[in-house]
Write a protein that binds this ligand. Structure first.
Ligand SMILES: [Zn+2]
Length: 78
């Protein structure tokens, strides 16, 4: 390290004074759970009063995919 590039502790600390993390804005959803603002609710999938993420359909699709995968796996073992 070149001496010219050395910063004092105060200089480094001043720079790092802006590095603190800020908490995300949490708001209460219509369903009663807390959700991150400007994001769809993770519980009911609503955003701005309407359902944008259909959690029931997603869970069903995931289940079907899992069953399909396990089905092919068991056939391969036989
Ligand atoms: Zn919700």
């Amino acid at each position: 390290m070149v001496v010219r590039m050395r910063h004092t502790r105060g200089h480094s600390n001043n720079r790092r004074s802006h590095h603190a993390l800020k908490a995300h804005g949490l708001t209460k959803c219509e369903c009663g759970s807390m959700r991150v603002s400007h994001r769809a609710c993770a519980v009911c999938g609503r955003y701005n009063g309407r359902v944008v993420v259909d959690h029931a359909a997603k869970a069903q699709a995931k289940l079907v995919k899992k069953q399909k995968r396990e089905g092919t796996k068991s056939q391969a073992q036989k």
